[in-house]
Design a protein around this ligand. Structure first.
Ligand code: SF4
Length: 336
C-alpha cells in the first residue's frame, strides 16, 4: 500500500481512535520486513470478517485459511465464498487432523467449560472416586493429581477461577452422579489447535493473524497484548482487532460496509464455529437453530455430543432444584 493510500485509509477511520490505532499498528506489524509469510486464520465469524477486510488492504499476498472441524454451518462455508469474491482472495479449506466426532472419541467429550473439562479429565485418568474428603487425604490416595484435587477441594479459596465451586453445586452433583463417559478439553486441541499448528508449519508462516478481541473474555482475557511471540522462530501472533470493543466493531462494520455470514442475519445466532459445542453457553439454542435451518448438522451434533448434553442437562436440573431448595429454606427461616 502506498503512503497516500495509507493516509486516505487512516483518514477514513480517524473519528474513532481505537480503529485508527488498530490500523496504525496493523501497518507497522504487517508491513514489517520480518513478516515474510503472513497467514490469517478465517473462522467465518464476525470478528474474522474484520480481519479479512484489514489484512487484504495491507497484505493482499497473505495466506487465508479456514479449518474445517466438520461441525461447521453450511452458511459459514457459503460465507467463505462471499469473502473470496468480495476481496479477490483464496481461502484454503483445511480438514481437521481429528474432525470433532473422532476427536471426542479419542480424547473425550467437552463438558461445561474448557478448564472444568481439563480438571475432570485428569481426575478420570487417575480413577478418582469422586468422594468428598479433605484435600490432604485425597492427595495421599491420588498423589499425581495435585492441581485437579485442589480444584475439586476448592483449595484456592472461595469462588476462585481454579475451584469447582465456581460452578454452583457441581461438586455435589458429581458426587451423586459420577461421570460415566470420558470428559476432556482435548477435542479443541485435536480438531483446531494442532491442525492450525501443522498447517502454519507446512506454509512456513512466520506471522499468524487471528481475530481475537480482549473484550470477548474467556481465554483471550488472559492475553494482554495484540502481539506475542517472535518472527524468528515462527511464533509471532498478531491480533489486529484485539482492543476493539463491540461499539468499535459496529463502527468498523459501518465504515467499511462489512457483511457477515447468514448465521447472524439469517439464523439469528450470536456466534458461529462448531455447532452445538457443549462449551458454548447457548448450545441448546444453537441446536434448535440447526434443527430449523441445517437439519443434517442437528442430527450430527445431537449424536456426537449426546452423553455431554445429557450430563449437562442433568447438572442444570440438579442445580435448579438445589437453588430452589436453598431459597425455600431461606424463606422458611425468615418466616420462622
Ligand atoms: S469448539 Fe467445541 S466442538 Fe469445536 S473443536 Fe473445540 S471443543 Fe470441539
Amino acid at each position: 500500500m502506498t503512503e497516500q493510500e495509507q493516509f486516505a485509509l487512516l483518514e477514513s477511520v480517524s473519528e474513532n481512535t481505537t480503529i485508527f490505532d488498530a490500523y496504525e499498528k496493523a501497518f507497522a506489524v504487517l508491513e514489517d520486513d520480518r513478516a515474510r509469510t503472513v497467514c490469517a486464520s478465517v473462522s467465518g465469524g464476525a470478528d474474522s470478517d474484520l480481519i479479512v477486510d484489514m489484512v487484504t488492504k495491507i497484505r493482499p499476498d497473505a495466506k487465508f485459511v479456514w479449518f474445517n472441524t466438520s461441525m461447521e454451518y453450511e452458511a459459514t462455508e457459503r460465507h467463505l465464498g462471499y469473502l473470496e469474491n468480495r476481496y479477490g482472495i483464496k481461502i484454503e479449506r483445511v480438514r481437521a487432523n481429528y474432525p470433532v466426532p473422532l476427536a471426542v472419541k479419542k480424547f473425550g467429550y467437552p463438558f461445561l467449560a474448557k478448564m472444568v473439562s481439563e480438571y475432570i479429565s485428569r481426575l478420570q485418568r487417575h480413577n478418582f472416586d469422586w468422594s468428598d474428603r479433605p484435600y490432604e487425604e485425597l492427595l495421599t490416595d491420588f498423589p499425581n493429581c495435585k492441581s485437579s484435587l485442589k480444584w475439586w477441594c476448592n483449595e484456592k479459596g472461595e469462588n476462585s477461577r481454579f475451584g469447582i465451586d465456581r460452578w454452583k453445586y457441581l461438586k455435589e452433583f458429581m458426587i451423586e452422579n459420577p461421570p460415566t463417559f470420558p470428559i476432556s478439553a482435548g477435542c479443541c486441541k485435536g480438531a483446531k489447535k494442532d491442525t492450525a499448528h501443522d498447517f502454519q508449519k507446512s506454509q512456513k508462516a512466520n506471522l499468524i493473524v487471528t481475530g481475537e478481541r480482549k473484550s470477548e473474555g474467556g481465554a483471550r482475557a488472559g492475553t494482554s497484548s495484540c502481539f506475542t511471540g517472535a518472527y524468528d522462530n515462527g511464533s509471532a501472533v498478531f491480533r489486529p482487532i484485539f482492543w476493539l470493543k463491540d461499539s468499535d466493531k459496529e463502527e468498523y462494520e459501518r465504515i467499511f460496509d462489512i457483511r457477515h455470514s447468514e448465521c447472524y442475519w439469517g439464523y439469528g445466532l450470536r456466534r458461529t464455529g462448531c455447532v452445538g459445542c457443549p462449551f458454548g453457553r447457548n448450545w441448546e439454542h444453537e441446536i434448535e437453530v440447526a434443527k430449523q435451518y441445517e437439519p443434517r448438522l442437528y442430527r450430527a451434533c445431537t449424536s456426537v455430543f449426546a452423553p455431554s448434553y445429557e450430563y449437562t442437562r442433568a447438572y442444570w436440573k440438579f442445580r435448579k432444584h438445589k437453588e430452589a431448595e436453598a431459597k425455600g429454606y431461606e424463606q422458611l427461616s425468615l418466616f420462622d
